[in-house]
Ligand binder design. Sequence first.
Ligand code: NAP
Length: 434
Amino acid sequence: MRHFAVVGSGPAGFYTAEALEKAYGDKARIDILDRYPVPYGLIRFGVAPDHQSLKAVSKRYDKVAESAGVDFIGNVCVGTDVSVAELLELYDAVILAIGAPNDRRLGIPGENLPGVVGSAEFVGWYNGHPDFADLDPPLDGAHAAVVGAGNVALDCARILSKTRHEFEGSDIVGHALEALEASAVRTVTILGRRGPHQIAMTPKELGELGHLEAAVPIIDPADFPPVESDELLEPGLRKSVGLLRGFADLPHNKSKQILFDFFAKPVAIEGDGKAERIIVERTELDEKGGARGTGQTYEVPASLIVTAIGYSTPPLDGVAYDERGTKFLNENGRIADRLYAVGWARRGPTGTIGTNRPDGYEVADQVVAAMPAGSAGDRPGAERLKRLLAERGVMPTDYDDWRKIEETETTRARPGSPREKFVRQADWLQAIGR
Ligand code: NAP
């Protein structure tokens, strides 16, 4: 019998577990570990609460979790409760699927002022991540800014602009819904350091901005290159740019605005003890398509500034990092003997949920190549892990606990919401009688 540990229960972890289960059948036990008693990682804490159709992929993960060879071991933090080196003693292979939950930093003066939050924090706050339950982002000013021209920037701008009515059917947490309803924010400026042709925003997500109840997207037509040059773009990007061009024709007849400001690179954040404005340098494209400062600066008022400029994977003792420090150093997913990385921990923070499927299957193939299905393993797996955790006073949770928590969340749901998510570790544990 082989024993595999998959660390992290987001999309990458579940696809890898699914692939291993298919490859080994009843010749392997696969344990999916998570630091929380509830699974799904990015699906629960990252995907926007008003994108329920994307979250529905978790039904597929449920099937994996229910299969005979797979177990969920929650409430265990690898790196704190048990080390990677210890897991390698207990398991035939360890697959790190811990994602990239840390915000990249702008590295500019004023970034630490109150009012400046990373997108992982802000998204975590409205999605019920326990680490950010108390974030309390300042929503009492009229102006907010979001830095970055990717899909996460779009998520943040849209969530800041929606009405309560537009959150119906979402699983946004109650504290965020209340705060957003009372919000004074009327202008959200999206700052892209390059131009409309360099956005990382996809058409479906961008298109949503054109249909908001109380907010209208605004864009300066002067920011666009000649329309003929759109022909050279790949089809998805061409579609996104077409949508942006369409925004320039929309009437400004709503109470809130989402302002696209391109060729705008933040150089400092200023304010009296808290963020009040962001100083931006006008840029132009250099020969390689990068953002080159022109020396011309101006101010964008903002008492809330969300940086949505990408993420990094947190370090784990004894596991090597790539030179940019954003992901584990690996070759096609292999970090070292019997140690692998999948998902954002392998590739860096890019790609959609679906990208993780081939990624997980590819790494599972490598595991199979190193330990062919049917070959004997001599590691003890979960039984010994649980004993070790008990010695350390760590009480893991299991699949039944996860189900009980989800059931309780669903039972408590307010009208129009699929569930009322717990936002604190203590609430989760209380729901399972701890
Ligand atoms: P992203 O797509 O990599 O976008 C990051 C943005 O930040 C880019 O516009 C980048 O500009 C900008 N940026 C980076 N460093 C900066 C700096 N120092 N100053 C100013 N701007 C800076 O990352 P993301 O938005 O975090 O999304 C991560 C992944 O998740 C993406 O693959 C995304 O498509 C995916 N996602 C998908 C969905 C969905 O499908 N609904 C939703 C959310 C996220 P440059 O291009 O100039 O570097």
